[in-house]
Ligand binder design. Sequence first.
Ligand SMILES: C[S@@+](CC[C@H](N)C(=O)[O-])C[C@H]1O[C@@H](n2cnc3c(N)ncnc32)[C@H](O)[C@@H]1O
Length: 390
Amino acid sequence: MTVGAPDCEETNSSLLEWHEGNALCTARWHSASGGPAPRRVVVADDTLTADAAYRLACEGTALLWRGDFQNARQLLQAMGRRLDRKPRSGAKPAPDYPEAFHRKRMAQAQRARILGMLLIPFEAGHVIPLRRAPDVCQACEEVYGQINAPYVTSLRELLGLIGAHEWRRKGVVIPALGGHRIHPHHGVFSPVRGEYVALVAEAPLPGALTDHSLAFDIGTGTGVLAVVLARRGVARVVATDQDERALACARENIVRLELEKHVELLQADLFPPGQAPLVVCNPPWVPGKPSSALEYAVYDPDSRMLRGFLSGLAAHLEPDGEGWLILSDLAEHLKLRPRETLLAWIAAAGLKVLGRHDVKPTHAKAADPDDPLHAARAAEVTSLWRLGAV
Ligand SMILES: C[S@@+](CC[C@H](N)C(=O)[O-])C[C@H]1O[C@@H](n2cnc3c(N)ncnc32)[C@H](O)[C@@H]1O
């Protein structure tokens, strides 16, 4: 029995196989996070206990759910609780960075792999053929596009799509934009940490921008920094990103805020052609290999974007222009990239530091003493580095 094959252009899909009754079944596998199709799949329903589900998932067997949808949600939570059980231990040793960082990422990857083993079937049109299943058509279509055939994805991913749909619908309030909202799309870096946006909203505009003519925003994501610059009176902002999802998201935000005349979007690797008196960039802050397609806005492999921005900046600055680099020093506290390395890259790129504006982040994780990265997060400072050509 073949359950179906889609006619959409989703790239992260492959075929999933399992036995049901006496039949060999297949269906398309979809994963926006780029996770591979599980190789071993069994059919499961409400009779499966959380302990058995957890054991199977840990062994690498995926569970294709045929029971009640809400029970599947509860099962996933129960599996999560089993993963979260803390080993009994005495006094916590002082964190050893970067080991604690690598261990935490490995634990996160393992958690994602195990919880990703609970699978949900879909019929054509993103319909879930399970009891008490919600209508998730719009949330799925926003990410997967139209799919006119059955497919399977993990419940964990589906819950992520539902959450992303809500963020996209409601938007994130940006205090530095006078309370206007930015609506992030799934997989696009969300400006939930307002402190870095405030740095760009408050830093004095460079003297070279006297006629407020032009700025570049490199790696625009939701478009939030381009919007801040346009609202500060910059007549034309050219905003780039490599990621089509980011460009579509930025376009929607710019139209919503009626800034189409002031912000131009361009798909580019780093810089647009030409020079500007102000070039802004907020690269991912932590050097590291992304473990899924969704992590590219958070982890910068080998600091590629940061180094690319610094090495190309001088050539894209007008005389007396300024480059604004937004960067937290979390990587320094985690011992992943020392300050001296950053300063050496700045000097090697023919740049000098004109000034720096610092702010202490106030996000919830910084206040969580149970986080193995707590000491690093508590010491973190976010900076706007004002850079000029030597
Ligand atoms: C940390 S996010 C910042 C997004 C936004 N500027 C902000 O401050 O919220 C970095 C962005 O850079 C983009 N990016 C990564 N490498 C890039 C490259 N080589 N050229 C252009 N954009 C890139 C990512 O897609 C992502 O949207």
